[in-house]
Write a protein that binds this ligand. Structure first.
Ligand SMILES: Nc1ncnc2c1ncn2[C@@H]1O[C@H](COP(=O)(O)OP(=O)(O)OP(=O)(O)O)[C@@H](O)[C@H]1O
Length: 262
């Protein structure tokens, strides 16, 4: 442990679906400003943990604390307003919306002017609309998509859609960002660029980042700390070097061959 404050903590979190304990005793503590990862085989319970932290699921047992405050079972939009944002394993952009519109939706989370002002030219509303638009365009520039602002979001290449999802998440002004398999479907060049990109946004937006990722080059290259889930149970945690050489992790997930390529 370092002297950095812990921003997100889960305490003995359990999630049962009928008879299945998808997550059983999930205890993590994430320090401010870190890039950390949650890894494990398919079906290990990783996305379920994300759904619990972001309020999509209320856990059967246990607690989620954000900056020491209990957010267990809080509704997703309240979790988002508290400063936690996420992307999804299966990209979820608004079909039919432009690239810019997708980011504007994220910006609205922080909008101050009430919704009923929209049909009228109130100065407060007009000024804020202009600021929101500028902010959305800035975010698109930060992820390299400003030139495509008017395009249909779902017509973008896969890697660009992932960056757009991140821009939309950033638009909600999070301090904590969860990325669910950001490198999925990327080639080695794209995933190497993704690592630089994740570090850049961490620094620029002063984020703490938790990712789920199967690409071991990305996980080992970017993570300061890693937790490993297997059948819903945490079987290991440590830095990349410790995880790489942990016999339990090699047996349950990594395998000798994957390690040689990571
Ligand atoms: N809403 C649900 N209802 C019932 N079972 C569920 C539900 N969500 C997840 N599960 C089950 O919980 C277990 C963990 O699923 P989860 O998606 O969290 O795993 P994962 O580690 O994210 O897997 P992957 O790497 O394939 O995305 C699986 O057995 C899954 O079928």
């Amino acid at each position: 442990m370092s002297d950095r404050p812990v921003v997100l903590e889960t305490k003995n979190v359990v999630m049962r679906f009928g008879g299945l304990a998808a997550v059983n005793g999930f205890d993590i503590a994430v320090e401010q400003g870190r890039i950390v990862s949650l890894i494990g085989p398919n079906g290990a319970g990783k996305t379920t943990c994300f759904n619990i932290v972001t309020g999509f699921y209320r856990p059967t047992e246990g607690q989620v604390l954000f900056h020491g405050k209990d957010i267990t079972g809080m509704k997703p939009h309240h979790v988002c307003a508290a400063g936690i944002s996420r992307t999804f394993q299966n990209i979820r952009l608004f079909a039919g919306g432009s690239v810019l519109e997708n980011v504007l939706v994220g910006c609205r989370v922080r909008q101050k002017a009430p919704w009923w002002m929209a049909p009228f030219p109130f100065p407060l509303y007009v000024r804020e609309e202009r600021q929101i638009r500028e902010k959305a365009l800035d975010l698109l520039a930060a992820v390299g998509l400003d030139k495509l602002a008017g395009e249909d979001a779902t017509s973008l290449p896969y890697g660009a859609q992932r960056r757009l999802e991140i821009a939309r998440a950033l638009a909600t002004e999070p301090s904590f960002l969860l990325l669910d398999e950001p490198a999925a479907g990327m080639n080695p060049q794209e995933s190497s660029e993704l690592m630089d990109f994740i570090r850049q946004i961490r620094d620029r937006f002063r984020l703490t980042i938790l990712l789920i990722e199967h690409d071991m080059k990305v996980v080992m290259g970017i993570s300061e700390h890693i937790w490993v889930l297997d059948y819903g149970v945490l079987i290991a945690q440590g830095n990349p070097q410790e995880i790489r050489s942990n016999p339990k992790v090699i047996e349950a997930y990594l395998g000798e061959e994957a390690l040689q390529h990571a």
